[in-house]
Ligand binder design. Structure first.
Ligand code: ADP
Ligand code: ZN
Ligand code: ZN
Length: 676
């Protein structure tokens, strides 16, 4: 029980900033392990820990009858209710910015606190025993190339300002990475730490190598392919200052940097920077918060920035730095758009146009290499009856099944649940035998290529063919162990392949026709990226872009590598439809076995939001409720409500009001990427 004399120091400390408090009797903790727990809990501190405990400490505590872990958020007043006591200090204290981000993410992303804690404390960290820190490793710094006047100016600009993000805009090869390296060098020299985020560590081996060479021994890698113990090892290395630089995927942002000085987000437009499970954060937003809290430099880089970022850069919310040309004076590849309607008209039923076939042959004859790109692994390969039009659907999701050939079993698979089945011999509807495969995916391309070019050595890379050996495929291809690489966006990333003279984009239409307001933007950046796989060696590369809609202005702009023209043409459409960057989107999704319940719940919530949040405000627009783009997944029906929130509204305040809907089984997503 609380003794009266203990109240004095407590009152006194209340007016001090939490960091200085060295004596805490009660603490507010974010608790992990509490499933769906939305809030923080007050605990008492045993006497022997009161002098030691600090904000940010990871503590062990009892929670709902189980031993659990928590993070101390702040000192608390003497509670009127009875509290349990924490049982020990496990780790930390974590840096301030990680502590402060917890309530922010809870309120803004409507995420359960336990999921945020999992992001900050990856499994393994608390299992590992505290180790004695070995000495710091001082790697020698490699000689760097002389930067151009423009690059030097950009580096100086970035180093002089932390008040806004810096967007470095320049095509692949324009020298962005050299800029990051120099900024990084200065930041490290000043004794600070840095995060370099790349979309996929495994897919960018040569970028990683450049950082490792320049900062030998100081760089840690952090990504999803690490084992639990390896991840925990990096966590400790950062926390205890043994390593100062992390190159990683988005989760690296949450490593416990005690003196953060720089965050670089390379290829900032990539959708992998959005986490689509809880907490559903946008890397750039969290990085912005961290930059504010720690006064760090924030650098975003891209050849095809997200429309939002470029808009912010143009309107002064970000600093804009342009790198005009490829540093290495290679020519951009020549892009040829092929009209596939003509091919069909003149009797070519193959998925490869005459032109593409000729070019592949030429390149193979010259012993050079080819990349063939298809954005989906058989997304459009559905199976249908030619007589009655019956399409084989997933019974649990009501969407067409996709034909796949796998090592063990050939059959029809659902991309949205675990359903699989055999291809029917006869149509279940009309008993016809005319079962036909429509559309094309990477597997189809592979089998056709093998027919056309039986001597060529071919490999396919997509989610079905590989899991972890990206790096091997890259090395093998680079060493010319095979001639043609077929793949999805996995092969679009920053691979440096000097012997690739030809890129074939087998279908541009798949990308353009997706029902998403960002479809054009994604198509433009994908085409640009894939095109960049050629023309990096002695020859000027060639890109063949096949389309049934060759008049599309987006293809023309992509062929000319003209991002700014694309931006100018796309922006008015966004404005007209009140889409980002002119609004922020909040997506609300409800799913249930019973479609009527979905509809009813959606109606109720729409009315509630209209009444409580929108009122007469014209800057918030509610769209729906309606069935979601995928109206049924895994036997659950899905309904959605979309809110478009204007720029003058306080999005954080509105988001906070959404949190309560999660307890009514609504899923909330701020800034969704691709509304499905
Ligand atoms: P990006 O990151 O924009 O793709 P990089 O920084 O990788 O561009 O630069 C492309 C190539 O040009 C790299 O090999 C890089 O080392 C080289 N490079 C860039 N800037 C310079 C410079 N100022 N002096 C010498 N080489 C440079
Ligand atoms: Zn039929
Ligand atoms: Zn399914």
């Amino acid at each position: 029980m609380i003794a009266l004399k203990d109240q004095e120091p407590h009152k006194m400390t209340n007016c001090l900033p939490s960091r200085i408090i060295s004596y805490m009797e009660y603490v507010l903790c974010a608790v992990s392990g509490g499933s769906g727990s939305k809030d923080f809990f007050t605990y008492s501190v045993p006497e022997d820990l009161r002098n030691e405990i600090k904000v940010g400490h990871v503590v062990s505590l009892p929670f709902r009858g189980k031993k659990s872990a928590g993070i101390v958020i702040r000192s608390e007043d003497i509670p009127v209710f009875e509290t349990k006591a924490i049982t020990g200090i496990l780790e930390g204290p974590l840096p301030d910015h990680l502590v402060k981000i917890i309530p922010w993410m809870r309120d803004y992303y409507a995420s359960p606190v336990s999921e945020i804690i999992k992001t900050i404390l990856p499994t393994g960290v608390l299992k590992k025993r505290r180790e004695i820190a070995p000495q710091k490793i001082h790697g020698q710094i490699r000689k760097r190339p002389e930067l151009t006047v423009n690059q030097t100016k950009i580096v100086k600009d970035i180093l002089s300002k932390t008040d806004r993000p810096h967007l470095v805009f320049g095509v692949t090869g324009s020298g962005k990475t050299e800029v990051y390296l120099d900024v990084l060098e200065k930041v490290i020299e000043s004794g600070k730490q840095a995060i370099i985020l790349v979309p996929e560590v495994a897919l960018t081996p040569q970028t990683v190598l450049r950082f490792e060479e320049r900062f030998t021994g100081q760089v840690a890698l952090y990504h999803s392919y690490l084992k639990e113990t390896e991840r925990a090892g990096v966590w400790k290395d950062i926390s205890e200052g043994r390593k100062n630089i992390v190159i990683g995927s988005r989760s690296a942002l949450f490593l416990p940097f005690n003196s953060l000085g720089l965050i670089v987000i390379d290829e900032e437009h990539e959708t992998s920077y959005k986490q689509d499970s809880n907490p559903k954060y946008l890397t750039c937003e969290v990085a912005g918060k961290f930059s504010e809290m720690t006064d760090s430099h924030l650098v975003l880089g891209s050849a095809t920035p997200s429309l939002e970022s470029f808009f912010y850069a143009k309107s002064g919310k970000y600093y804009l730095h342009k790198l005009e040309e490829r540093y290495v004076q290679e020519k951009m590849p020549e892009t040829i758009i092929v009209d596939m309607r003509n091919e069909f008209k003149y009797g070519n039923k193959s998925i490869f146009s005459e032109k593409l076939q000729q070019e592949i042959k030429k390149v193979l004859d010259e012993k050079r290499q080819v990349v063939l790109f298809m954005n989906r692994r058989g997304f459009s390969t559905f199976v249908s009856c030619r007589d009655c039009g019956y399409v084989v659907m997933c019974p649990k999701c009501d969407i067409p099944l996709v034909y796949h050939e796998t090592r063990n079993q050939t059959g029809l698979y659902c991309h949205h649940c675990d359903y699989k089945t055999l291809v029917p011999n006869v149509c279940p509807e009309c008993k016809s035998h005319a079962i036909k495969y429509f559309g094309k995916g990477t597997q189809k391309i592979e089998s056709e290529i093998r027919q056309f070019f039986p001597k060529a050595r071919v490999k396919r890379m997509d989610a079905d063919s590989v899991k972890k050996d990206h790096k091997n495929i890259y090395e093998e291809f680079k060493n010319k162990s095979f001639d043609i690489l077929i793949g999805t966006q996995m092969i679009a990333k920053g691979w440096d392949l000097p012997d690739v003279d030809l890129v074939g984009i087998v279908s541009a239409d798949n990308m353009l026709n997706l029902p998403d307001f960002r479809a054009s933007e994604h198509a433009f950046s994908l085409i640009t990226q894939v095109s960049g796989r050629t023309g990096r060696g002695k020859n000027r590369g060639k890109v063949i872009l096949q389309s049934y809609n060759p008049e599309s202005p987006i293809l023309a702009m992509a062929a000319k590598h003209d991002y700014e023209a694309f931006y100018e043409s796309e922006l008015p459409k966004r404005k007209e439809l009140f889409y980002p960057p002119y609004s922020k989107i909040i997506h609300l999704l409800y799913s249930n076995k019973d479609p009527e319940k979905c509809e009813k719940e959606s109606d109720t919530l729409s009315k509630e939001i209209t009444q409580e949040i929108i009122g007469t405000n014209k800057n918030i627009v509610l769209v729906g409720p309606s069935p979601a783009f995928l109206p049924k997944i895994n036997n659950l029906y899905r309904w959605q409500i979309i809110l478009k929130v204007g720029p003058n509204e306080n999005i954080e305040e509105i988001a906070k009001k959404m949190v309560k809907y999660t307890s009514k089984k609504w899923k909330v997503d701020i800034n969704p990427i691709g509304i499905v």
